[in-house]
Design a protein around this ligand. Sequence first.
Ligand SMILES: [Zn+2]
Length: 81
Amino acid sequence: MTLKSSAIVAATLLGLALAYYLECAIWPWGKCSRCDGTPGKNMSPAGKHWRPCRRCGGTGKQLRVGRRVWNFIQRRRQAGQ
Ligand SMILES: [Zn+2]
């Protein structure tokens, strides 16, 4: 791999990371990985009763990893002022 092609790869990865970061800033929530965004999935064997998912507390949503990074940076920035 030449220096030029590795620079292109690095720039592409940086661009993708930035796009992901911005996307997480705009759309912070993802589907809960445990209940797949449907908290009513934890059904009883009878199929009539359910309990909220323990991971998301029944909301069906989960904060995305990129948004956690975003929040961390925002908090540090506020602490610095
Ligand atoms: Zn859940």
